[in-house]
Ligand binder design. Structure first.
Ligand code: NDP
Ligand code: PMR
Length: 397
């Protein structure tokens, strides 16, 4: 009975927009206050695009769709295209990334570039997911090395493919790590991979997105509820907190600066949550700096609790055993990998999700809504500061 009552409260909380949840939970549960292409439509393209396409055809050696029908996609603004969309998904070798790649490839309207650190694993994953060869290409990307990010971008540009959507999805989570580990560049691994690797990748690919003639071009950075302290999940310790970012400014090298963004002692779970706050702040800063000028849609999302993915591989076995039933039956926040993939695929391709600067979530009927970010994850000054420090750390400033 007690379990049922808890289940009911948590269920409602998970499925309501955060603001509503906060106002109904102020006295608090747990004492927490929750306040490929066949043809191009040249009619809408510049002559530059035509030249590019000729060049692309000359370059393309693999994975060209020859059997899928030409797709006519109409954006709300009435723009049409007769080619497949081209989407890069980082970390598409498992979990959410793979499920999204599968969902998009099955429509026949998308060519998915699976940007993965383990080439063979990604190829095997695509095969076992039943993805057709003409709908995807695997390219090597190790986000924990800034040089690998730059090399990936060079390789992608050389491939001559257009870029219509970039999905920053890959992540690592080290909840049991006692000591920090570091990227090839000496930066704490979680923030280095989840935030800084993606920050550099997005910045270097922004021009390619700008040049896309696709009806809706998008940059999506996957966020999470656990980085948002206006939710119950975000109040499970250790809570995300960037503080004054002295650690980030010091390079997160764990030598002359802390490995944590706020300058505190290393905590792997907190480092992950902080990295998610950076992801959500970065999306908004991109929106403020570039949406109006470029027409690119910048978005983030919480796909639901996909409790069975590889994200929890470093957690203790008991956690891995109990976490899925806990999320399924107690919090009701659980979502299958397949369902989460459909959600992210919507953010990539749904003509109704073109609004920029939005953090998407889904309710219990799996309908999308614009969710409210926590105070810190929507702090304009913090977003600018994260941007400016990150530019320096990745060598862009
Ligand atoms: P997975 O572990 O299944 O997927 C993570 C992916 O990231 C894997 O493909 C992994 O590659 C890849 N990756 C890790 N490190 C690197 C690196 N250095 N370079 C390139 N790729 C790398 O986890 P999820 O599918 O759960 O996570 C996907 C996203 O969803 C993350 O951003 C996570 O924060 C977010 N999320 C997940 C939730 C959940 O409940 N699971 C909830 C909310 C958000 P490899 O296969 O080689 O290990
Ligand atoms: Mg959480 C409203 C309930 C809710 C939701 C939607 C999540 C999602 N979690 C909720 C509640 C709770 N969790 C409660 C009440 C507890 C204490 C028992 C709890 C604990 C917990 C742990 C120890 N939860 C966790 C962990 C993890 O290690 C996961 C994590 O923080 O990864 C960073 C996690 C998660 N809970 C979630 C989600 C989506 C996660 C993991 C993934 C992520 O945010 O990326």
């Amino acid at each position: 009975m007690a379990l049922q009552a808890t289940s009911f409260s948590l269920h409602n909380l998970v499925n309501l927009p955060a603001k509503t949840a906060g106002s109904s939970m102020d006295s608090g549960l747990f004492g927490v206050s929750l306040s490929d292409h066949r043809k191009l439509d040249f009619t809408s393209s510049s002559s530059r695009t035509k030249m590019e396409f000729t060049r692309r055809r000359a370059f393309r050696t693999q994975a060209v769709a020859t059997t899928a029908p030409a797709v006519i996609w109409t954006a709300p603004e009435g723009k049409k295209t007769l080619r497949k969309g081209s989407v890069i998904i980082t970390g598409a070798s498992s979990g959410l990334g793979l499920a999204t790649a599968k969902a998009l490839s099955e429509t026949g309207k998308w060519h998915v570039i699976m940007a993965c650190r383990d080439f063979l694993k990604a190829e095997r994953a695509a095969k076992s997911a039943g993805m057709s060869k003409e709908n995807y290409t695997v390219m090597h990307l190790d986000l924990s090395s800034l040089e690998s990010v730059r090399q990936f971008v060079r390789n992608f540009k050389q491939s001559g493919r257009p870029l219509d959507v970039l999905v920053c999805n890959a992540a690592v989570y080290q909840p049991t790590a006692k000591e920090p580990t570091f990227t090839a560049d000496g930066i704490e691994l979680s923030v280095g991979t989840n935030h800084l690797g993606h920050f550099l990748l997005s910045r270097l690919l922004l021009d390619d997105l700008k040049q896309s003639d696709y009806p809706s071009k998008r940059l999506i950075i996957v966020g999470s509820i656990t980085g948002n302290t206006n939710t119950l999940a975000g109040n499970v310790p250790p809570k995300a907190n960037l503080g004054d970012m002295r650690g980030l400014a010091g390079g997160l090298n764990g030598l002359n600066s802390s490995a944590m963004i706020d300058g505190g002692d290393f905590d792997g779970a907190k480092a992950y949550k902080d990295s998610k706050v950076c992801n959500m702040l970065t999306m908004q800063e991109f929106h403020r700096r570039y949406h109006e000028e470029t027409g690119i849609t910048f978005a983030s999302l919480y796909p639901g609790c996909i409790a069975t993915t590889g994200l929890f591989r470093e957690h203790i076995p008991l956690f891995r055993l109990l976490f899925p039933p806990f999320q399924k039956f107690i919090t009701k926040g659980y979502v299958s990998e397949e369902e989460s993939g459909k959600r992210l695929a919507q953010v990539v391709s749904d003509p109704s999700l073109t609004k920029s600067g939005v953090y998407w979530s889904w309710n219990k009927d799996s309908a999308s809504f614009e969710n409210q970010l926590s105070e810190e994850a929507s702090d304009v000054a913090k977003a600018r500061k994260v941007w400016e420090i990150s530019e320096k750390l990745v060598g862009l400033a």
